[in-house]
Ligand binder design. Structure first.
Ligand code: ADP
Length: 497
């Protein structure tokens, strides 16, 4: 009996506000674009639902209209959506797109440079309710719905309130994945009536949050199982320092809270096969890595020196990423024997900061304020070290990518960085990077100094590189853990006994 249960193939619906290759603003899209593929490979019936944004091209993705229509009341007005359909390119995994021009036919996903869209509460309550209604129309009753971040957090709230008497929905399990607790979906309490949700949700044990409502809190309270994207971040978000006000409610759900590390897509991120990098290399041909470095420096207008390490940084330029630490120590850092290449966009104050640094140290630093995938690949490959001093980091992909490219990460011991990078031990020769733990710019400077000094010892350095290149953070492993938590959620409905 137990064996049979283990092999049960699940019906899984994954829903989110973005998914690679259709729409992406961050790591959430990478997860929703990769996890379904690994689950399908393991034999599960997995399907995905996202909004149909303006920039998702019908011809490019071969999107068809199913002819199905959904009518939803938002703020006393009926809004009609069409259900569109395609598959993830090269797979048979269905992707449904909720198409409503008024809410989703816009240039951006959530915000313009002027700020958030004014009706984000309505846009995503609408999307969430459409997802629920759509299941009946397409006659797909999943064993489990995996919802992601605040945008889809109302789904379990709907299931446990206005759909509770509907037999179709009553034993669908829910798993809520938190990718970044800093973004919660905070709105006025009046939005509950816009969403046709009962007013008693406005209470401290449900969705109330400092006088308003909090979508993410709804997801945490009403889902069967909750997970986040690393084990360390799972522990951290239950503390006031990292919980952004939700640590208390998460502590009440401690026994249902898991941490599963995101995977890396090694068909994209592999120095042996990467088509975007100047020269390919592997563990046996590490000496070719410096050919990438030479070309990268040449393109950046910096000189190549055999014995001077190049530190790379590829990041959203946001307070989360610990860039103020770099600002605080930049003069001391620039006095060290190193070069620095930065790629990122984001907060205007960091654009200004890095351009000022560039003006001050034109021979040591290259600053690239833009989103540039090819340059990112070449920085991962061509740098000697990769800097990620984040204040908090739910999972982080940059450090996992750099490990694969033999580029030694220098990270702060937090979240997914702590789970993937271990301090090199000079005695045991174990460890794959440099890890500092203080919440202090000088702890970062100290780690950089040790890294730059260690770089002089070529034998030790190569050992560090090879330790990193051996790491395996594939999606296949993480997908197995997802299936385990899906089963735990289903278990609450006595579906796997
Ligand atoms: P987050 O999701 O918090 O932004 P992650 O480290 O999880 O951070 O993922 C960021 C991803 O986006 C990485 O793959 C990184 O290489 C990529 N990235 C970030 N900024 C840029 C940029 N300016 N150009 C190209 N790629 C970028």
């Amino acid at each position: 009996m137990a064996k049979q249960n283990k092999e049960k193939k699940l019906k899984i619906l994954i829903t989110a506000s973005e998914a690679v290759p259709f729409a992406k603003t961050g790591g959430l899209a990478d997860v929703v674009g990769a996890l379904p593929l690994a689950l399908r490979k393991a034999g599960h019936d997995v399907r995905v639902v996202i909004p149909k944004y303006k920039n998702i091209n019908d011809e490019k993705f071969n999107i068809k209209d199913t002819g199905l229509k959904i009518n939803i009341d938002i703020a006393l007005t009926i809004h009609t959506a069409s259900v569109k359909e395609t598959v993830f390119p090269g797979t048979d995994i269905p992707v449904y797109l909720i198409d409503n021009t008024e809410f989703f036919f816009r240039d951006e996903l959530y915000r313009t440079p002027q700020g958030e869209y004014w009706d984000n509460a309505e846009r995503f309550m609408y999307f969430s309710r459409c997802v629920v209604e759509m299941l009946k129309l397409i006659d797909f009753k999943p064993d489990v719905i995996n919802l992601n971040d605040w945008h889809t957090a109302l789904i379990p709230v709907y299931l446990k309130t206005i759909y509770t008497n509907d037999d179709f929905y009553k034993d669908i399990a829910t798993v809520y994945s938190i990718h970044n607790i800093a973004y919660q979906g905070l709105f006025d309490k009046e939005k509950l009536s816009h969403a046709c949700l009962p007013p008693d949700l406005f209470s401290i044990d449900k969705m109330e949050f400092y006088g308003g409502i909090n979508y993410m809190k709804g997801g945490i309270v009403f889902s069967d199982i909750i997970n986040t994207v690393s084990k360390r971040y799972r522990d951290e978000i239950m503390t006031p320092e990292f919980g952004y006000g939700l640590d208390g409610v998460l502590r009440t759900r401690k026994d249902d809270l898991y941490g599963i590390l995101n995977g890396i897509d090694y068909s994209i991120w592999n120095p042996a096969t990467d088509k975007l990098i100047y020269v390919n290399y592997n563990e046996e041909s590490l000496e070719l890595k410096k050919e990438v470095k030479k070309k990268l420096l040449e393109e950046a207008g910096l000189k190549y020196y055999e014995n001077i390490p190049l530190i790379g940084l590829v990041s959203r330029l946001d307070d989360q990423k610990g860039l103020d630490f770099i600002a605080a120590i930049i003069d001391e850092m620039m006095r060290l024997n190193l070069q620095f290449i930065v790629l990122g966009t984001g907060d205007e104050k960091y654009h200004i900061l890095f351009n000022q640094i560039k003006t001050k140290y034109p021979e040591k630093i290259s600053v690239n304020i833009k989103f540039d995938n090819k340059l990112a690949h070449n920085i991962y490959a061509g740098s000697d070290m990769f800097l990620m001093p984040s204040r908090f980091e739910p999972c982080g992909l940059g450090q996992m990518i750099s490990l694969k490219y033999g580029t030694v990460p220098i990270v702060r011991e937090t979240g997914g960085l702590a789970d993937t990078v271990t301090q090199y031990n000079f005695k045991t020769k174990q460890g794959n990077g440099f890890v500092f733990s203080g919440y202090d710019p000088y702890a970062l400077l100290y780690a950089i100094k040790i890294a730059v000094d260690t770089y002089k010892n070529k034998t030790v350095w190569e050992r560090l590189q090879l330790n990193g290149m051996k790491a395996n953070f594939s999606w296949d492993e993480s997908a197995k853990e997802y299936v385990e938590i899906y089963k735990k959620a289903m278990d609450k409905y006595n579906k796997i006994l």
